[in-house]
Ligand binder design. Structure first.
Ligand code: C2E
Ligand code: MG
Ligand code: MG
Length: 393
């Protein structure tokens, strides 16, 4: 790990400032080293961090980012806020060499490579791993900028009552239009957002946007319906969901009964006390809770009684095969019976055909969401659907 262009600070602000920056960098780097890691200073501005508990490339990339990112935070020194960056070269034992000297050489070569192609980043010794790592990083950098650049948007998919065809709700689905790489699907970037922590600012943006948009529709005189937002397990883990929701409701003026939070089974797994508390808080505010993708996770029935849910969404994998596959039909039917027994409402996701709709109706499901009625549409088209109030098929 090398502090980029330290000589420039020495030259412009003096050696005392350079030393102060180095001490600060050393402290920050030391703070991220684990109990079994070793940190050493090799020369003036070069550090070596020996990691012994990495399992895969992603662990290593994460560690590299954790070296680079805090280094780039401003360093207050000599009355100036000095900004420096750092570069990381990575070698792996035993792949890149059997002895410490080989590993150092390999890391140094990788570092040199990194410095040649711009700084403030990391590089593996061998090229092969770079491609994936860099792709990942490039996407991450772009995603980081997506909010400021106004590249995120919510589309809305109506939920329809089977018999009357009325719009009884809608789900907000995130879209990312990147200037450089085009439209990226949420199933591609949500996992990246989760891994990088970007899910928190993005998740907050989604909640706020959905609340403000729904309130704006109501202000415009459109019939009020609930908007459902997807909230991931990581957001619950961070403990921030109920606070974010409360703030968004307050600031937008949206009544809590017009907001629904969709969560997946993974929220309720493991050490879920924090999730349980936030779910109770949401419920106490008057926000409803819907269990997404039901049947695809662990489907431990225990949590259906333990957690305060209002609704189950039958996953589209069952709906897709409902008319052709006895097993899917049985699961859908059991889910509906379960929901009725627990006084929960049910929505079927991914309804694409009249056959599926009619079968679902036969087994007691009255609210549908899917391409048969409408794809997720931009806000202005959703406004038209709300104005009409119903969707004919
Ligand atoms: P989901 O919450 O289960 O959303 C339903 C997905 O099914 C959406 O995909 C929707 O476009 C798609 N869909 C709806 N009707 C049909 C249909 O009839 N046929 C087929 N084949 N597909 C249909 P989308 O928008 O690509 O979103 C994928 C997933 O990404 C979502 O699954 C959700 O888990 C996640 N996601 C989307 N927006 C957000 C968000 O704001 N926050 C978080 N944390 N996750 C989100
Ligand atoms: Mg959903
Ligand atoms: Mg779903």
């Amino acid at each position: 790990f090398n502090v980029d262009r330290l000589s420039r600070i020495n030259d412009s602000l003096g050696h005392a400032a350079g030393d102060a920056v180095l001490r600060e960098v050393a402290q920050r780097v030391n703070a991220i080293a684990g109990p079994t890691d070793t940190l050493a200073r090799l020369s003036g501005d070069e550090f070596v961090l020996l990691l012994t508990s990495c399992h895969d490339n992603e662990d290593i990339i994460l560690a590299a980012r954790r070296l680079i990112d805090p280094t780039a935070q401003p360093h207050p020194g000599g009355g100036h806020d000095v900004v420096v960056t750092g570069s990381v070269g990575i070698s792996i034992f035993p792949r890149d060499g059997p002895a410490p000297g080989d590993l150092l050489k390999a890391a140094d070569a990788a570092l040199g490579d990194m410095k040649k192609s711009g700084r403030n980043g990391f590089r593996f010794f061998k090229g092969e791993m770079n491609a994936q790592a860099l792709r990942w990083l490039a996407l991450e950098t772009r995603l980081r900028r997506a909010i400021e650049r106004d590249e995120l948007a919510l589309h809305y998919q109506p939920q329809i009552s089977r018999i009357e065809g009325n719009v009884v709700g809608m789900e907000a689905l995130l879209r990312w239009r990147s200037e450089e790489i085009g439209v990226v699907s949420p199933s591609d970037f949500i996992p990246l957002a989760e891994d990088t922590g970007l899910i928190h600012p993005i998740g907050e943006w989604v909640i706020r946007q959905a609340c403000f948009q729904n309130k704006a529709w109501q202000n415009a005189g459109l019939p009020p319906v609930k908007v459902a937002v997807n909230v991931s397990a990581n957001q619950f883990k961070a403990g921030s969901v109920s606070g974010m929701v409360q703030k968004a409701l307050l600031e937008s003026g949206l009544a809590p009964r017009y907001l629904e939070v969709e969560l997946t089974e993974s929220v309720m797994l493991g050490d879920s006390a924090a999730a349980e508390a936030q779910m109770a808080e949401l419920r106490a505010m008057g926000v409803s809770l819907s269990l997404d993708d039901f049947g695809t996770g662990y489907s431990s029935l225990g949590y259906l009684s333990r957690f305060p849910l209002d609704k189950l969404k039958i996953d589209q994998t069952f709906v897709r095969n409902i008319t052709t596959e006895q097993r899917s039909a049985a699961i859908a039917q059991a889910t509906i019976a379960l929901a009725q027994g627990l006084s929960l409402s049910v929505v079927a996701e991914g309804v694409e055909t009249i056959g599926q709709r009619d079968f679902l109706g036969l087994i007691g499901c009255d609210v549908m969401q899917g391409y048969l009625y409408s794809r997720p549409v931009p806000a202005h088209e959703m406004a038209q659907l709300l104005a009409k109030g119903r969707v004919a098929v």
